[in-house]
Each structure stands twice: as C-alpha cells, then as structure tokens.
Ligand binder design. Structure first.
Ligand code: PNS
Length: 160
C-alpha cells in the first residue's frame, strides 16, 4: 500500500514554515500532496494559480511531492486521491483548538483518514502567512522567511 498524505492549507503565500513541515513529513510517507484549498469566501492576496505556481517552484526538487488545488471538503479530496492521512503543522497552543475542531470534524466525515500534526522547527513557530504579508506590504525584509520566488512576488504586490 502506498502511504499518501495530503498537506492542505491556504498557502497565501507558502512560507519556510510550510516548507519545514513538508521536509519533516516527506520521510514518513511515500507521497505527499500539498493541496491549496479554494475558498470563495476568502480574499487571498495570491490567486489559486499564483499559489500553485509558487508551490510547484518551492517543491520542484522534492521527490514524490505533488501540488494540487481542491474545492469543497478536504476529506473528499483525500478520499479521491486515496490518501490515508492529513498533515497539519502545529506551531503553538493557540493553533490547537481550531486544529482539534477540524481534525475531529474530518474524522466524523471520514473515519479512516487520520490527521497527523507535525511541529515545525522552533525558528518558525511564530511564522504565519498573514504576518509575512503584513511585514512585506510595509516594506520589511522577509527574505529569510519565505522561499526566494515568493519574496519576489511579495515585492511585486507591495509595489502595486
Ligand atoms: O492554511 P489554513 O487556512 O489554516 O487551512 C485551512 C484548511 C484549508 C485546511 C481548511 O479550511 C479546510 O480543510 N478547508 C476545506 C473545507 C473543509 O473540508 N472543511 C471541513 C473541515 S473543518
């Protein structure tokens, strides 16, 4: 059996924290699909195609890591892709309540798909896509916090 995990998120934009989670989960699974959730009620900075592009570039050198987008229920996407696990990063206690709610709801919807939490390296525990967008839009340097291509895209958005 192929061990396949879905790593879902908004990835608006992908950060070095996300990258760290994929690095950690890669040896645990045969395949990892990094999946951008399409959520019409959110107003992301980057379009779905921009996010897919930046994820494809970020993970280009990673074996057995794919990039995809999905709309609707995550568990349906995971089932369609025959994945056994959903991976989420857990940074701090403040993440826990929301993550627990999602994990238990996903278990109720699809009892055979397990959610697995991975802790990022401590240097990324304070990182989030939102804080990076805020800093970049205000002209701050985020070069050590995001993959190189993402920094360029953030700079373009900041100068619009
Ligand atoms: O990066 P994010 O925004 O914290 O990711 C949240 C995400 C995309 C994983 C979550 O909102 C999600 O799974 N959305 C898909 C809709 C769904 O399946 N909802 C039921 C689970 S509570």
């Amino acid at each position: 059996m192929t061990r396949h995990a879905i790593y879902p998120g908004s990835f608006d934009p992908v950060t070095n924290g996300h990258l760290d989670i994929v690095r950690r989960c890669r040896p645990l699974f045969d395949r990892v699909t990094v999946a951008v959730a399409v959520n019409p009620s959110k107003h992301p900075m980057f379009s779905v195609s921009e996010r897919l592009q930046m994820l494809s570039e970020t993970f280009a050198e990673f074996d057995h890591v794919e990039v995809a987008s999905f709309s609707g229920l995550l568990v349906n996407f995971a089932r369609d892709r025959q994945a056994q696990a959903i991976v989420r990063g857990l940074r701090a206690v403040s993440d826990f309540e929301y993550e627990l709610q999602m994990a238990l709801m996903n278990r109720r919807l699809a009892g055979t798909i397990e959610t697995i939490f991975l802790m990022p390296s401590e240097e990324y525990t304070y990182l989030s896509s939102s804080i990076i967008k805020g800093v970049a839009l205000a002209g701050g340097d985020v070069s050590s916090l995001v993959p190189p291509g993402v920094e360029t895209l953030l700079k373009k958005k900041a100068h619009r």
